[in-house]
Design a protein around this ligand. Structure first.
Ligand code: MCN
Length: 790
């Protein structure tokens, strides 16, 4: 079935209420911390209080004798028994050498490299006993100089022998000479220095692990708050523990959000799994909130210098970008891909810029490892480009929308100079719609009203694009991925015609149990209630590459569509047999199989029953049953895009920014469930506006301590920080997946930060404020106003 026919099916585009919500809202969700197994003990990790130190000795003699303590594991106990944690993406430096991939031990081997690094694991009967014993362990540290800022990394004490200058890789894309030549002749050059602030994902549910080894079956079961259980199992068994994969079952039960931070194989997951066999018991660890600030992978942390060459009419001629990316102390699972493949390739944005050159240096520092956080690389790219576009507009005396319109791509497919080929889009349509919805024409009047109250009002634009549906395996492989990025779906049709779907996509808030059921119900012509979706269990789902990069509906959903194609083909044969006609004479629509040109028909339910009650069945031609599995590997990314317009009011006396209006017009192709999509956009906007105005990790430069290690110092956005958002869509269906969908899960977080900062700068620019880093906190805004005055 083609994407255009699919879009017309019942249930597609219907705001079906989330099937999973009854479970969650009635307190019946089952999260990892809700799971308690027989013979269960509890783990607590001793973490480094220093950003960089040699471990001279660990004295756990007193702790080991404390009540309830089963065992204390240190680096010595695991040495030689397991490998370090792997990075899943191999980046090659411009000189052809592979990136530096230092060992990432599960428990520190003689050196700690960030505050929170794992020094020891205590296993005891209760969490309190484990905590008490952890506090009694004495570690003798020789403190070393620490570095937290990428700009200081090259001169700092080396973290790893393998990277003496702390550089992990130097990577580039584009034609430098061609770009330099354009810049040399350009009528106008706009320049910007930007910092993309480091963030903590802070999902509602902290990470948790329960690991159990079963001596009878020689099998491990690992319950873990994770976004991709099959990949967790693959990395743990094949790379770290050397276990047969079929002996490990990973279950990610209900997961309360991840935003990227639960994609990775973490040290805690490995340590508990391994120790469960050593101690022949189940072991549980639940991260506490303060611990999560140190122990969960962080996001962003780029420092960038960017230049845009333009002609006198505001046409973009070339882009030159140099970014230093902070990877933290070790390479997390996808860390190396974020500032390269997921960042630099998006720097064409929605524009026809003919020449682009991007250089990225990635550095180790004594900070928590940095990896993908909602958007991962694409918010950083959008921030660079959209800040440049607005600044260039102001420098050339053009309106913000005008400069974008003049440069938008309008012919598709479009090959960018940075590797990607966009299949389809309507960038002008989204911008025009956003202008109308945001009532841009009324802005000047609103500005005057604000001024009358002593406030400044500003308008900011951002026209973002992202590459989602990660990823065509051959492209990902050519770019260094160590695994394919396809997805798997299995459909089991039961004799009574109800269906269970097994998908490798993992839902941790995205509503897959509803939207995937809508897809299946639409195709088979059955009620949505008759479809259940199973995910997050390597013991039940054949395989999966998990959820990230807004890939689930476009890749996981497409795998289900392929399986449905097979189901339909077999069901047609059964229907033909029932109606005593040839397979080719049967048509299927709305849950009915009809003999072409007649009123002879059978229902999907009758066919399902016949599949399992094969009386008079030509068993030599048809096998009983109606189950099918399919794998889908996308041929391209999907390219959601849109225009966001933010309007702020700033109090110049206090520097406080209030977001007054926010309009988002997105193109997600065909939409399965508009209510769920709106929820996704809301969540993304809140995180993006949070980054722009409130959130930031601050490390002390001298000690490497995380100064914003709790909600007292790290400001999470709250509902009253936002107006009601105005949302709408344009629709250009994706041309290469069978649903026509494009991912929606990250868009809000990608498009919104530059819209907010552009709006704040618009409000302040006639006071002389030219630049502002995120987060635009009151003190920062106030200082910028004072600095502009002096
Ligand atoms: N959808 C739809 N029509 C479309 C596109 C999507 O109806 N055209 C639906 C999908 O069927 C799915 C939801 O919208 O139910 C999101 O789909 P998709 O864009 O495919 O994204 P994923 O399901 O792959 O989710 C990943 C994405 C990412 S990368 C982050 S980070 C993120 C996000 O989703 N983390 C989240 N949204 C989150 N939402 C919650 N509540 N919690 C998180 O941790």
């Amino acid at each position: 079935m083609g994407a255009s026919d699919f879009a017309k099916l019942p249930h597609i585009g219907e705001a079906v209420r989330r099937k999973e919500d009854y479970r969650f809202l009635s307190g019946n969700g089952q999260y990892t911390d809700d799971i308690n197994l027989p013979n269960q003990r509890h783990a607590v990790f001793v973490r480094s209080p220093h950003a960089h130190a040699n471990i001279r000795g660990i004295d756990s003699s007193r702790a080991a004798t404390m009540p309830g303590v089963a065992k204390i594991f240190t680096g010595q106990d695991i040495a030689g028994k397991m490998n370090g944690l792997p990075c899943g993406w191999l980046i090659t430096s411009t000189d052809g050498t592979p990136m530096k991939e230092p060992p990432h031990p599960v428990l520190a081997q003689g050196r700690v490299r960030y505050v929170g690094d794992h020094v020891a694991m205590v296993v005891a009967d209760t969490p309190e006993q484990a905590r008490n014993a952890a506090e009694a362990i004495e570690v003798d540290y020789e403190v070393l100089p620490a570095v937290v800022d990428v700009r200081d990394a090259a001169q700092a004490t080396a973290l790893h022998d393998i990277a003496p200058d702390n550089r992990c890789y130097k990577w580039a894309i584009g034609d430098k000479n061609a770009v330099d030549a354009v810049f040399a002749k350009a009528a106008h050059v706009t320049k910007l220095d930007l910092t993309n602030n480091r963030l903590v994902a802070n999902p509602m549910e902290p990470r948790a692990v329960v690991a159990a080894f079963n001596r009878a079956s020689d099998e491990y079961t690992l319950y873990v708050a994770n976004q991709n259980p099959h990949v967790e199992r693959l990395l743990m068994t094949a790379f770290v523990l050397g276990l047969p994969e079929h002996k490990v079952r990973v279950i990610a039960p209900d997961v309360g959000g991840g935003f990227g931070s639960k994609i990775y194989l973490y040290a805690e997951d490995v340590a508990l799994t391994w120790a469960s066999k050593q101690l022949n018991c189940a072991i549980k660890w639940t991260c506490d909130r303060s611990e999560a600030f140190l122990a969960d992978a962080h996001g962003r942390d780029h420092v960038t210098h960017a230049e845009l060459a333009l002609d006198s009419q505001g046409k973009f001629l070339a882009l030159r970008v140099k970014t230093d990316a902070n990877l933290g102390a070790y390479l997390s699972t996808f860390a190396s891909a974020v500032p390269t493949i997921l960042y630099a390739t998006l720097l064409a944005g929605q524009y026809t810029t003919p020449q682009i050159y991007v250089e990225v240096d990635a550095w180790f520092t004594n900070t928590t490892p940095v990896d993908a956080y909602r958007g991962a690389g694409r918010p950083e790219a959008t921030y660079v480009l959209e800040r440049l576009a607005t600044r260039a507009a102001w420098e050339l005396g053009l309106p913000q929308d005008e400069i974008r319109e003049r440069n938008f791509i309008s012919q598709f497919p479009y090959q960018t100079p940075v590797a990607l080929q966009y299949d389809v889009g309507d960038y002008h349509g989204a911008l025009f719609k956003a202008n109308a919805l945001a009532d841009v024409k009324g802005f000047e009047q609103r500005r005057k009203e604000s001024e009358a109250k002593g406030l400044r009002r500003g308008l900011g634009y951002s026209s973002y694009i992202e590459a989602c549906g990660i990823a065509p395996s051959n492209i990902a492989g050519a770019l260094g991925a160590r695994a394919g990025l396809f997805e798997c779906g299995e459909i089991r049709v039961h004799p009574t015609g109800s269906v269970t779907v097994f998908t490798g996509s993992h839902s941790h808030g995205q509503g897959h149990e509803t939207t995937f059921a809508q897809v299946v119900a639409a195709r088979l012509g059955i009620p949505v209630e008759n479809v259940d979706v199973v995910h997050g269990d390597t013991g039940r789902v054949p395989f999966g590459m998990g959820t990230y990069g807004s890939r689930s509906i476009s890749v996981g959903g497409a795998a289900i569509m392929k399986a449905l194609d097979k189901i339909e083909a077999k069901a047609k044969k059964i229907a033909a047999h029932l109606m005593e006609t040839g397979d080719g004479d049967v048509e299927f629509s709305n849950g009915e199989f009809v003999v072409k040109g007649t009123d002879k028909k059978v229902t999907f339910g009758q066919v399902a029953l016949t599949a399992y009650v094969p009386h008079n069945y030509p068993l030599d031609k048809l096998e009983p049953g109606l189950n099918e599995t399919a794998f889908y590997d996308p041929t391209n990314f999907t390219f959601p895009a849109g225009t966001y317009i933010c309007e702020v009011e700033v109090d110049p006396a206090t520097g406080k920014v209030r977001v007054d209006r926010f309009t988002a017009v997105d193109d997600f192709g065909t939409i399965i469930n508009p209510m769920i999509v709106q929820g996704q956009v809301h969540g993304g906007l809140v995180q993006g506006i949070g980054q722009a105005l409130l959130e930031q990790c601050v490390y002390d430069k001298d000690t490497g301590q995380l100064m914003t290690g709790s909600f007292m110092d790290y400001t999470m956005p709250r509902a009253d920080d936002f107006p009601a958002f105005t949302l709408d869509t344009v629709c250009t269906p994706c041309t290469h997946n069978p649903l026509g969908t494009k991912g929606c899960g990250e868009a809000g977080a990608i498009g919104s930060p530059p819209a907010v900062i552009n709006a704040v700068l618009d409000a302040l620019r006639d006071l002389g404020v030219k630049d502002l880093d995120m987060p635009a906190t009151p003190s920062r805004v106030w200082e910028a106003i004072q600095a502009a005055k002096s």
